[in-house]
Ligand binder design. Structure first.
Ligand code: AFP
Length: 309
């Protein structure tokens, strides 16, 4: 990991100096702007349920619905986007009213939203594709990013030129914290999703192996902070396996796994279903799910031996 060189380097300048094409950097900046409104909603918004009214009889929006609306509106007005698909709506929406759009965006507006009312970290996740096809597959992503709404608001992006972290400062700018984040080949953190009583035998043996090896359990229940921890510590493996009764696990390829796999691979890590690389899994519907092992590459490789048995 390259040490912090300049705390004044903001996201826009970093994208420009990294040689990211102008329209793509424009889109990444639009997304970053939208997330500033999401963090405001998370920090200050009512924890109301969708469809209920507040004291004044106004409709209250659940935070995930509100976050979806904030991001969708911003993308729609950017003039850069053809199609969007959000985990919240589960349809593909054409937003290219003037036919100038160049990209399509899949996003999870507020992943882990059930953690907001217990004040744990949550986040937004984005995948950017060139063209109108949102189901091109993970390898075709032009860029991916996520924003963590925790004690600090941080943004991690990759546009195939490394993985970089920015933090929102008191002036409302995302400024560079860490450049060219790199993961070790093996690590001592594990984040195990899914009920232990539903584990399949190979997965259970892998968990036993990690525990005997002295790995520390770190699981918050939020994909964004859990992956963020592994990336920034530079070590560890996050898992949401195939379970009894759920052969495809829980997490969704388009909105959660493709973007996280893209970022982790760009940082020198790896992501697999236990058999196939996540980015190589073909997608044919928005709701498609897959088991996932993501993090240090030797650990992701190792699990394959256990699952084969
Ligand atoms: P919610 O958005 O329903 O809170 O789900 C969060 C999530 O999709 C992902 O962020 C977590 O990694 C995963 O589910 C946690 O699932 P478990 O609660 O089954 O551990």
């Amino acid at each position: 990991m390259v040490p912090i060189e300049s705390r004044d380097m903001d996201l826009r300048r970093h994208l420009r100096e990294s040689g990211i094409e102008p329209k793509l950097r424009g889109l990444i900046c639009e997304i970053a702007e939208a997330t500033k409104y999401v963090i405001n909603a998370v920090r200050t918004g009512d924890l109301g349920m969708a469809g209920t009214s507040n004291l004044y009889g106004e409709e209250q929006l659940a935070l995930d619905v509100l976050s979806d609306r904030i991001i969708s509106d911003r993308l729609e007005n950017s003039g850069l986007v053809i199609n969007i698909s959000s985990e919240e709506k589960d349809i593909i929406v054409n937003v290219d009213s003037d036919n100038n759009g160049l990209f399509s965006v899949a996003f999870d507006p507020l992943d882990g939203s059930s953690l907001v009312d217990v004040n744990l970290a949550v986040g937004s996740i984005f995948s950017i594709y060139k063209g109108e096809n949102i189901l091109q597959g993970g390898r075709k992503q032009a860029a991916a990013l996520f924003v963590v709404y925790g004690p600090r608001t941080t943004l991690i992006y990759s546009a195939k030129k490394g993985v970089h972290e920015f933090a929102l400062n008191h002036l409302g700018d995302f400024t560079l914290m860490r450049e060219k984040i790199q993961m070790k080949d093996t690590g001592k953190i594990y984040s195990p999703g899914g009920l232990r009583s539903k584990y399949l035998p190979g997965h259970k043996k892998f968990i036993d192996f990690l525990e005997k090896r002295g790995s520390k359990l770190r699981y918050s229940g939020g994909l964004v902070p859990d992956i963020n921890q592994i990336l920034l510590k530079g070590e560890g493996i996050f898992m949401y396996p195939a379970l009894q009764g759920a052969p495809h696990g829980k997490l969704r390829l388009l909105f959660e796994l493709y973007p996280m796999a893209f970022i982790v691979e760009q940082a020198g890590g790896s992501a697999s279903t236990g058999k196939t690389g996540i980015l190589d899994v073909k997608i044919d519907n928005l709701d498609q799910r897959a088991p996932v092992y993501i993090g240090c590459k030797n650990d992701v490789e190792k699990v394959k031996d256990f699952l084969k048995e």
